[in-house]
Design a protein around this ligand. Sequence first.
Ligand SMILES: [Zn+2]
Length: 308
Amino acid sequence: MCFFDLHCDTIQCLLDGSSLADANTQVSLDKARAFGRWAQVYAMFVGDNPPGRDTAYDTYRQLYACFQKQMAVYAERICQCRSAAQVRAAFEAGKYAAILSVENGSVLGGRLERLAELRRDGVRLLTLTWMGENELGSGGEAGGPLKPFGRAVLEALPSYGIIPDISHLSDEGLSDVFSHYDGPVVATHSNVRRVMGHHRNLTEKQTAEIIRRRGLIGINLCSGFLSCERSAASREDVCRHLSAFLEMGAEDTVCFGTDFDGAKTPADIRDLADIPALWEYLLKRGFSETLLRKVFFENAWAFWERNF
Ligand SMILES: [Zn+2]
């Protein structure tokens, strides 16, 4: 099987001395052995800036340096890809594909010109906010509209070839994105609010708009966003969220954004090595192989070919 994951926080673990092949991280090269092809979006998570400070950017530079060191160590097994052509070339060379995103627009520190640096570094997705408020707008926890700087960022992103990721953004902020930005948007790690009522999950209207724009939605495996009873979350909850997305017409939009190494996941989906068992489980629950191929890989891959 092939797997395309829109979100993991594994780079954070590299700061503590882990490697990309570490046995203790949820995502590791060794745990990907069952995949014929594997593309992994590695997020660089940076916190919100305290008032008047620019700490997110420093964190970004640290994470990026760690990531590049690991890319050099494991160059024979994985390489960083900036375009769909580079992803294809990696697969043809028998390697895995690593793609970079930044989780939190706070990385810009209110400076539009930093987008050029992100672009140079090969960042392809930018999560506009995290839970709280930043220079662009507010996450679902803080709540609030997009700010003028957020609108300026959205306007600039297409010229840098970076696509906005709206996971974490407040409902108000997302409405503003939809009215100020025309292009495709991605929700890298968000589930269905009707199935689990949390602001991190998407409403039917939001889902419909992402589908209309030919974007992507990655099902988040974080127990807390799969089920109200987080300690009892399981593969069955993934089944419920997938079914709901399909009912809303997301057959060509839905994929996975595991949130591995950034969230507690169900006991029956411990890490990347449990993904093939998740496929088998969903197959037994009645989803066709054609559909599962789309969800586990092809939808995200088609998006990459269209946009990068
Ligand atoms: Zn997140």
